[in-house]
Structures are given as structure tokens and as C-alpha cells.
Design a protein. Structure first.
Length: 72
């Protein structure tokens, strides 16, 4: 994904609730805060846990989930 190519990496801690993941690559997702999937500015990208992912989906936040990271 473009965010990965830009140098952004998933964090081990959710930036919404503070959950610390044991396996960040599998337990975390990357979101674009402004809803624009082409905006890969570091300030626009947030690492979110799977629980917060469900909350974001059901909320009125404009955050959009990025494409998944391919297995290397």
C-alpha cells in the first residue's frame, strides 16, 4: 500500500484506545483520518486495533481504512 511505501509502519499501540498488540501486523489496521486514501501524510495515518476498527465503522468518523499489507 501507498502508506507502507511512504515509510509509515503499523505501531504496536492503538492510537485510539492505547491497546498494546502482541502481533501488530495482524491485530492492527491503518486508517486515513481525513478519509482520503491518497493522502499518505504521516499526520493523516493512524494505527488502530481491531476493536476500535469496529467502533469506527459504526461511528460518524470519516476515517477510512487503508488497503491491507501484503505478506512479504
Amino acid at each position: 500500500p501507498a502508506w507502507f511505501k511512504s515509510g509509515y509502519r503499523k505501531k504496536a499501540v492503538c492510537e485510539k484506545c492505547g491497546y498494546r498488540a502482541k502481533f501488530p501486523e495482524k491485530q492492527m489496521s491503518v486508517y486515513h483520518v481525513d478519509g482520503n486514501l491518497k493522502n499518505i501524510n504521516q499526520f493523516n495515518l493512524k494505527t488502530v486495533c481491531l476493536n476500535c476498527r469496529v467502533e469506527i465503522f459504526h461511528s460518524k468518523l470519516q476515517w477510512k481504512e487503508s488497503s491491507i499489507t501484503p505478506d512479504f
